[in-house]
Design a protein around this ligand. Structure first.
Ligand SMILES: N[C@@H](CCC(=O)N[C@@H](CS)C(=O)NCC(=O)O)C(=O)O
Length: 233
């Protein structure tokens, strides 16, 4: 059976998995999950992912969530030894490290500042901005210390996709990243060298920009955590 990916059109974790599937040339069926109507919060969805998060991969009844785990699984199962996820222990360790860094710090700090206020009743605060700069300082340092052209090696790996998509959300809100010289160069090199992969991020960026200009009505969402913004009718 063909792989199925449950994804949201503007969600960085979903985009990263789509980029890996594209680079690995793996055919798959894309199942769009409508975040705004809470399609991921139903009990049927929870059977696939009790965390009620998007994306989920369905490999013939084997359901896998957490985008980093999906990226690793796709490489190991379908393209073992691919340069996207080399078997060399040290390169792999760096890739795994960057995936963890993105999930715990880079994406966490950035998306709280970029994405959350677009969809929910949050303000962009000086503390939120400070956390963005802290995350960017650290990533800049990693790029400097490793001295590679991509996040974990001198070629693109699965570590780049999530970091690119986190950075893309900064561009979506016109955040100036140019003072982070290495991040800026890496981000623009990726765009230039992988136009087909960048297109996946760019289409999502346009959707995010549209939502930023026209905040979506999530009043029917009944989200368990995030405060829903009141919509003037
Ligand atoms: N740890 C997850 C994060 C996934 C995630 O946060 N996805 C968002 C959409 S971009 C989501 O489903 N959030 C659930 C919610 O806000 O209700 C991963 O990397 O797969």
């Amino acid at each position: 059976m063909v792989l199925k990916l449950y994804a949201v059109c503007d969600g960085p974790p979903s985009l990263s998995v789509r980029q890996a599937l594209a680079k690995l040339e793996l055919p798959f069926e894309l199942v769009e999950v409508d975040y705004c109507t809470g399609a991921h919060m139903t009990s049927e969805y929870a059977l696939m992912n009790p965390q009620k998060e998007i994306p989920v991969l369905d490999d013939d009844g084997f359901y896998l969530s957490e985008s980093n785990a999906i990226l690793q699984y796709l490489c190991d199962k379908y393209r073992p030894g691919t340069p996207l996820y080399p078997v060399d222990s040290k390169i792999r360790a760096i890739i795994n490290h960057r995936l963890c860094f993105n999930l715990s710090t880079y994406y966490a700090n950035i998306s709280a500042y970029t994405m959350a206020p677009i969809f929910f009743d949050y303000e962009r605060s000086p503390l939120g901005l400070k956390k963005v700069h802290m995350a960017m300082d650290v990533f800049e340092t990693y790029l400097e210390r490793l001295g590679t052209s991509y996040a974990a090696a001198n070629h693109v790996t699965i570590a780049d996709f999530p970091l690119i998509n986190s950075t893309m959300t900064l561009e979506a809100i016109d955040f100036d990243i140019s003072k982070y010289k290495r991040i800026n160069k890496w981000y623009n090199d990726f765009k230039q060298n992988y136009p087909d992969l960048w297109k996946i991020s760019e289409e999502a960026m346009k959707i995010i920009q549209h939502f930023a200009a026209n905040p979506p009505d999530l009043s029917g969402l009944n989200h368990p955590i995030h405060p829903i913004r009141k919509v003037k009718k």
